[in-house]
Ligand binder design. Structure first.
Ligand code: SAM
Length: 277
C-alpha cells in the first residue's frame, strides 16, 4: 500500500466512532511486535477481531497462512479495500463478533490463533466467549487497557485478582507480553494499554462441571468483605455445616476469603459443592 493510513481515511471520508472503541495503531514496529508476541507462523490461521483500518491485519497477513478479520463498522469497507489490496490470504467479515455462532464458524475455520486490539467495551465478553465456547482456539493475544491486562493475568490474593481471572485460568495461562503507551494510538485514548497473551491449555485444571466452577468463583467474589463460607451459604443456599465441610474437605481454612483461593482450589471446591446442589 503506497498511501499512508491518514490519507486513506481522509479520502474515504471516514470519521472515528467512539461507540466502537476506534483507536487505531499505525506504528510498523508495534504492529510487527504484536505479530511476534502472538507467535504467528506461516501455517497459522489467524482470527482478528475488529480490524479497523487494516494495519494489524496487513501485518498478520504477511506472517500467517490465512487471516479472517471481523469488523462491526461497515463504513470501513472502502478503507479496507485499499489497505488490504493484495492480501489474498485475508477475508473480512463485517459482523459483530459477539453475534458470531462460534461452534458453527469453527467447523469451517479449524484451529486458529486470535489477535486483536480490542475496544474496551467488549473486552470481557469477547474473551469470555472465546474461553467458554471455543474448541479450536490455541491462543488469544489482545491489546487491552493496562488495568484490564493486570486483572486478566493476576495471581490469587492480589487486589487485581477477580472472578474473570479465575474463570480464564480454567482454560488458559495469561501473561502480559508488552506495555503500550497511549501515544501509540490514533486518536489518543486517556489510558495506557498492554498486550496480553492467553495460551489455551486444556486439561491443566480439570473440572467435571465448568458451569458449577464459574458459579463457585462468582459466589466467592460476590461480596469481597465477607468470608468465603458466608458467600457460599448465600449463593448456594446450603447450610453452614455443609459449606464448612466442603471447605475443610479441600484443605481450605473456614475463615478464608474467596480472593485468596487459587483456580485449582476453586476447582476442588466446586467438585465438593456438587454433593450439596
Ligand atoms: N485493529 C485495528 C488497529 O489495531 O488499528 C483497530 C482497533 S480498534 C481499537 C477496535 C476495532 O474493533 C474498531 O475498528 C471497531 O469498529 C471494531 N469493533 C468494535 N466492536 C466490535 C465487535 N463487537 N465486533 C467486531 N469488531 C468490533
Amino acid at each position: 500500500m503506497e498511501k499512508d493510513i491518514k490519507t486513506v481515511l481522509a479520502e474515504c471520508g471516514f470519521s472515528f466512532k467512539k461507540k466502537f472503541g476506534q483507536n487505531f495503531i499505525t506504528d510498523k514496529n508495534l504492529l510487527l511486535s504484536i505479530v511476534d508476541k502472538a507467535d504467528i507462523q506461516k501455517d497459522d490461521t489467524v482470527i482478528e477481531i475488529g480490524c479497523g483500518a487494516g494495519t494489524l491485519t496487513r501485518a498478520l497477513s504477511a506472517a500467517a497462512k490465512k487471516v479472517i478479520a471481523f469488523e462491526i463498522d461497515t463504513s470501513l469497507k472502502p478503507v479496507l479495500e485499499q489497505t488490504l489490496s493484495g492480501c489474498d490470504n485475508t477475508e473480512v467479515i463485517f459482523n459483530d463478533f459477539l453475534k458470531v455462532d462460534l461452534p458453527g464458524f469453527e467447523k469451517q475455520a479449524g484451529q486458529y490463533k486470535v489477535v486483536a486490539n480490542l475496544p474496551y467495551y467488549v473486552t470481557t465478553p469477547l474473551i469470555l466467549k472465546l474461553i467458554e465456547q471455543s474448541k479450536q482456539c490455541k491462543s488469544i493475544t489482545v491489546m487491552v487497557q493496562e488495568e484490564v491486562a493486570e486483572r486478566l493475568c493476576a495471581k490469587a490474593d492480589t487486589p487485581e485478582y477477580g472472578a474473570i481471572t479465575a474463570v480464564i485460568a480454567l482454560r488458559a495461562y495469561g501473561e502480559i507480553v508488552k506495555r503500550v503507551p497511549r501515544t501509540m494510538f490514533m486518536p489518543r485514548p486517556n489510558v495506557d494499554s498492554a498486550v496480553v497473551k492467553l495460551t489455551v491449555k486444556d486439561g491443566a485444571i480439570s473440572v467435571s462441571d465448568p458451569a458449577l466452577y464459574k458459579k463457585t468463583v462468582h459466589a466467592a467474589f460476590s461480596a469481597r468483605r465477607k468470608t468465603l463460607v458466608n458467600n457460599i451459604i448465600n449463593c448456594f443456599s446450603v447450610s453452614r455445616a455443609d459449606a464448612e465441610s466442603a471447605l475443610t474437605a479441600c484443605g481450605i481454612d473456614i475463615k478464608a476469603r474467596g480472593e485468596t483461593l487459587t483456580p485449582r482450589q476453586f476447582a476442588a471446591l466446586s467438585e465438593h459443592l456438587k454433593n450439596f446442589v
